[in-house]
Design a protein around this ligand. Structure first.
Ligand SMILES: *[C@@H]1O[C@H](CO)[C@@H](O)[C@H](O)[C@H]1NC(C)=O
Ligand SMILES: *[C@@H]1O[C@H](CO)[C@@H](O)[C@H](O)[C@H]1NC(C)=O
Ligand SMILES: [Zn+2]
Length: 493
């Protein structure tokens, strides 16, 4: 009995001490928010646009600044060479180095590895920004600037998390590692190979990987547990040996464009049903539990319609819309090359046209199977046209979907942390888009992964007037602090 009482007393004291520490950390973050905004301003000022090779020195400077910051905090930092980027014509340019860092190596603790990126999408005032994109501007508590939300503020929030613990002399509840890259916006060139090469060293003692490179769905905080993959196709129809005048040859030749549009129209029905045989068979059925989960998610259909400017969507109910955005495949047709898209009325019959379309991937679809299904199907439909033209179908990207177990301790820790900081339960959401790095981390390292976003739903990633709100930035930092606490308490099995 005495022992039990003592145990209870120690437990209560222990959790009091934890609560006290969290409060101290939270106060520290509040009182340092101006510094945090200033650092974000300095980071946003660097035009680390990875799509423009002329900006490569800025991007390199950004990687150096990141490494310097982590070094100044006493981390074990490495700038990892990941090789070169091919520029065509035999020319190459070095890829920006990947920054890795480590804080703590206590083998009795878990090791959490944070992934982020500090490169950005292009941005110019002429694109329609209201403020200079690389001059962080605070308007009514929103910090406008390219890369603010994607992904500089979240990376800084993680760095400030470690810094806050250090400043208060509070022991980190877990070892923290960082992997920060500079090529995310152009497809993470070189990163996959780096992860493979460091699997037995840097990643060997990592228990969990956290990615904060996405956003909430509404004003309610969210945990992301899935992303769709993507299979991207080119379908080329080639006919006459050169372009022809439609007045002179029209009516006599079987036109490649007509063939192409004919087969494209057999991919998906007007009501959104994919017509390629076999595709829908692989899709995991919607469970009752999932249905309930979607039902609980905060999502305003009218707002969504207004935001994209349409009068009607493919589905009218929230659950159907979320399900088709997150967990069903779809076909999108992106464009046709060789189609004389220049304005004006050109009377040409293009000799060769190439359609680009993609199919979003969900569990349990397999890109290799999808490739075969699409190729076989298009050749069959094309065959029925009895056209003398030639069809060539190629899949150029085959990115798999990613799905996490929402009952995993990492997600339970996420729910607890959100409840502590925001006093609400998080929305459990998925991304309709593809974040291939999650799948790579999972497939290569075999570690458990969580996506823990702090960006707002209306941050305008990749778009004009991207912003991060002060609220999300500062409360998001508190969320990360709280999250590390929760992870530190996961029971070992
Ligand atoms: C950034 O914008 C502020 C006004 O919001 C202006 O005072 C400042 O000069 C600008 N800085 C740069 C580097 O353009
Ligand atoms: C990477 O290491 C983990 C153990 O940490 C192992 O399970 C996994 O199979 C390794 N991956 C590869 C590609 O060797
Ligand atoms: Zn990003």
């Amino acid at each position: 009995m005495m022992r039990l009482l003592l145990f209870v007393a120690l437990f209560v004291l222990g959790s009091r001490a934890l609560e006290f520490e969290l409060e101290e950390l939270s106060k520290y973050i509040d009182s340092h928010q101006e510094e945090y905004v200033q650092t974000l301003r300095e980071w946003v000022a660097v035009e680390s646009d990875s799509s423009d090779v002329l900006k490569r020195s800025d991007l390199e400077r950004m990687m150096d600044m990141t490494a310097e910051k982590l070094k100044a905090m006493g981390g074990t930092v490495e700038l990892v060479d990941i090789g070169v980027q091919e520029l065509g014509g035999g020319k190459t340019i070095p890829l920006p180095k990947v920054v890795t860092a480590q804080f703590g190596s206590d083998s009795s603790k878990y090791t959490v590895c944070v992934y982020g990126h500090v490169d950005v999408q292009p941005a110019k005032m002429e694109d329609g920004w209201a403020t200079e994109p690389y001059n962080l501007t605070d308007i009514n508590g929103n910090l406008y600037g390219r890369g603010a939300s994607d992904n500089k503020a979240p990376v800084l929030a993680w760095i400030h998390t470690v810094e806050a613990y250090q400043a208060l002399g509070i022991e980190l509840p877990v070892n923290v590692k960082f992997v920060i890259e500079g090529m995310e916006e152009t497809g993470s060139n070189g990163l996959d190979a780096m992860i493979v090469s460091k699997n037995d060293t840097f990643f060997a003692d990592v228990d969990y990987i956290v990615i904060s490179d996405c956003g909430w769905l509404s004003r309610r905080p969210a945990l992301t547990y899935g992303t769709r993959g993507n299979c991207y196709f080119f379908a080329e129809v080639e006919g006459p040996k050169q372009d022809l005048h439609s007045g002179v040859y029209g009516g006599t030749v079987i036109e490649p464009m007509t063939d192409l549009i004919g087969i494209l129209d057999t991919l998906i029905s007007p009501s959104g049903k994919i017509l390629i045989p076999g595709i829908r068979d692989a899709v995991a059925p919607l469970s009752d539990e999932e249905w309930r989960l979607y039902q609980d998610v905060e999502f305003d259909v009218e707002n969504y319609k207004a935001k994209i400017g349409v009068s009607r969507l493919m589905y009218s109910s929230k659950v159907d819309l979320l399900a088709h955005r997150w967990r069903y495949p779809t076909v999108s047709i992106h464009g046709i090359e060789g189609a004389f898209s220049a304005p004006g009325s050109k009377t040409v019959i293009p000799a060769k046209v190439i359609a680009k379309f993609s199919i979003r991937q969900v569990p349990n679809m397999d890109p290799a199977t999808v490739e075969k299904q699409v190729t076989d199907y298009l050749h069959t439909v094309f065959g029925r046209r009895k056209s003398p033209n030639k069809l060539k179908v190629t899949m150029i990207i085959g990115a798999k979907p990613w799905l996490a177990d929402t009952q995993h301790p990492l997600y339970k820790a996420g729910r607890e942390a959100v409840k502590k900081v925001f006093k609400v339960d998080p929305d459990m959401i998925r991304e309709g888009g593809t974040i291939p790095i999650a799948k790579t981390f999972q497939d290569v390292t075999r570690k458990s992964i969580i996506m823990l976003p702090i960006g707002g739903f209306d941050d305008g990633l990749h778009s004009q007037n991207e912003k991060m709100s002060r609220y999300n930035y500062i409360e998001g930092t508190k969320l990360f602090v709280s999250y590390l606490h929760e992870v530190g308490q996961i029971k070992r099995d």
